[in-house]
Design a protein around this ligand. Structure first.
Ligand code: NAG
Ligand code: NAG
Ligand code: NAG
Ligand code: NAG
Ligand code: NAG
Ligand code: NAG
Length: 489
């Protein structure tokens, strides 16, 4: 035996003497050397490694374990709140513990646990447990809150994050009831500020749609108070907001202090005096609560009876009451649909009222807008000389950014005491009279002032989500902002 293996022991310092112990030692050494050699030749001669991937089969097997209940060690009893219904699920502690430290704690010394769940969560519980076995779950708009609640309660962070992402990217999805208001309320209870902010922005920028949907009456007191204070609401007119608020108050019946706060957040100077008068006469709500806003209505009529600049000498106009929101009606601005926006520069003219005051109602301003799909600041522009090759010029042109400039077409108008803020809504799309907004940019004159104007729009691509029938939908709103004069003492 020793003889046959001798060639494989080149490193042994001495030839072993015959004897049992030494023979065993030699055998052991030989085996080890053989295995190492096999490894070497595997790596050396066969470089391309083939992966046999049976992970989907494994997941299939795991799901069968749950489905058939093979070798389960845990019984979950799901009791539906305020009902006798109890659902029993047989499961495997190892798989539950793997992703949830809450289950780990619950199952530490027990094999049967009873869990209390509200009906919407109880219905999803089997689906939720299946996620532990295959890492996959299907989700619908109406299930998002319940699923997020389960993921939070049992502390499954990956699922929790996944559902939050789902909610943020599905705010605009079509649903019969509307879902964003309920998602906002849920985000408040979970103190999820990012989701809360996304929902608020969605509601503010798509307010006309929300106000005409059935979810409007489900808006909570706190949400209504924070909505009506925002200057970035996108809607037809302030009067539209008043009517919607009146409907909300009538249907959801808040207490008097909430009614007062909400009514005092309406910007009455933005409503024309004939409409204010009609509102006062016809509104059942104001018949009861006019005393809450008497002073504001009086001030609004005063505002309309003089020029805003004259008015500013006597009253403080530096407050939200005199700041226009994003009104879509034609006296405030204009829609501008740019077909094939990546092609070349385009210009457009439109008229707005000089301001919201009735005193100026006959005065109009003409505005010129210029849109460039690839604009470069002067210092970056190619120099048209022979030394610069045309290819580097076109490279430079590709670097340009979309830009919109809005200037007054009139000279000789005295604008002291007022600046005209330009607000550009992007992605405004009218569908069945509904308005949808993707971005809101506010500038003095040019979108150079903001760094991200249409930054991710990819206007060259026909598939860009900013193009509706290959057109960019903009809506430019002009907002006069009045300045208080510094009062001489
Ligand atoms: C194995 O296959 C699954 C799909 O069956 C796939 O999702 C996974 O990425 C594959 N794994 C590797 C390492 O390629
Ligand atoms: C589980 O049990 C079912 C039925 O008792 C059986 O058909 C199946 O092969 C089992 N699966 C495993 C993975 O043991
Ligand atoms: C589980 O049992 C151990 C010992 O039997 C005990 O120390 C521990 O506190 C128990 N844990 C729970 C969660 O009941
Ligand atoms: C408003 O709605 C549109 C379409 O429904 C959506 O794309 C947009 O993101 C919404 N706005 C906000 C701020 O969420
Ligand atoms: C009115 O309702 C709000 C919550 O909606 C509450 O915070 C407030 O205390 C209530 N005020 C009165 C006077 O009841
Ligand atoms: C307007 O009011 C804000 C705070 O309410 C203040 O920061 C700002 O300086 C005021 N502007 C003018 C022009 O008075």
């Amino acid at each position: 035996m020793e003889r046959t293996h001798r060639p494989h022991q080149p490193h042994r310092p001495h030839r072993p003497h015959p004897g049992w112990g030494r023979q065993c030692l030699a055998l052991l050494t030989i085996v080890i050397i053989t295995v190492q050699a096999a490894h070497k030749s595997d790596a050396g001669s066969d470089i391309s490694t083939t992966l046999l991937n049976h992970s989907s089969m494994l997941i299939q097997r795991l799901q069968e374990l749950l489905q058939y209940g093979n070798s389960t060690d845990t019984t979950l009893r799901i009791r539906t709140t305020s009902s006798d219904e109890v659902k029993v699920i047989q499961a495997h502690q190892l798989l539950l513990n793997l992703q949830s430290d809450v289950f780990e704690g619950l199952l530490a010394n027990k094999s049967v646990v009873t869990l209390q769940e509200p009906a919407d969560c109880a219905i999803l519980f089997e689906k939720f447990i299946r996620y532990f076995y295959c890492g996959e779950i299907s989700i619908q708009l109406s299930q998002a809150i319940a699923l997020h609640r389960l993921a939070s309660k049992y502390h499954v962070p990956a699922l929790q994050r996944g559902v939050t992402e789902y909610m943020k990217s599905h705010l605009a999805s079509e649903s019969s009831q509307g879902h964003v208001v309920s998602w906002y309320h849920y985000a408040v209870t979970m103190s999820d500020e990012i989701l809360q902010e996304s929902c608020l922005k969605f509601l503010a920028w798509n307010l006309s749609t929300v106000m005409s949907s059935s979810e409007w009456t489900t808006v909570s007191d706190n949400l209504m108070v924070s909505l009506v204070q925002r200057s970035d609401l996108v809607l037809q007119s302030e009067l539209e907001l008043f009517s919607a608020v009146e409907e909300w108050i009538t249907k959801s019946n808040p207490n008097a202090s909430i009614i007062e706060r909400v009514l005092r957040s309406i910007r009455y100077p933005m409503i024309l005096p004939n409409q204010l008068f009609q509102m006062q006469r016809q509104s059942g709500l104001l018949a009861t609560y006019q005393s809450f806003i008497q002073d504001l209505l009086f001030q609004a009529f005063q505002f309309h009876s003089s020029s805003p600049l004259h008015f500013a000498k006597y009253f403080d106009v530096n407050c939200s009451m005199f700041i226009p929101r994003n009104y879509l009606s034609s006296s405030w601005g204009s829609q501008w649909i740019i077909n094939n926006p990546a092609r070349d520069d385009r210009s457009f003219s439109f008229q707005t009222a000089l301001g919201p005051s009735n005193h100026d109602s006959s005065k109009k301003i003409t505005w010129n807008a210029l849109f460039s799909p690839r604009w470069l600041p002067i210092s970056h522009r190619p120099i048209y000389s022979e030394s610069v090759s045309s290819s580097s010029q076109s490279n430079r042109l590709e670097e340009g950014k979309p830009r919109l400039v809005v200037t007054s077409a009139m000279s000789g108008l005295d604008f002291a005491g007022v600046t005209f803020q330009k607000t550009v809504l992007v992605g405004v799309k009218r569908q069945l009279g509904k308005v949808f907004v993707k971005h809101v940019y506010s500038v003095h004159q040019s979108t150079d002032e903001v760094s991200d104007f249409l930054a991710h729009a990819d206007l060259q691509k026909r598939t860009s989500e900013y193009l509706i029938d290959n057109s960019l939908h903009l809506h430019v709103i002009i907002k006069p902002i009045y300045h208080s004069l510094i009062k001489a003492k």
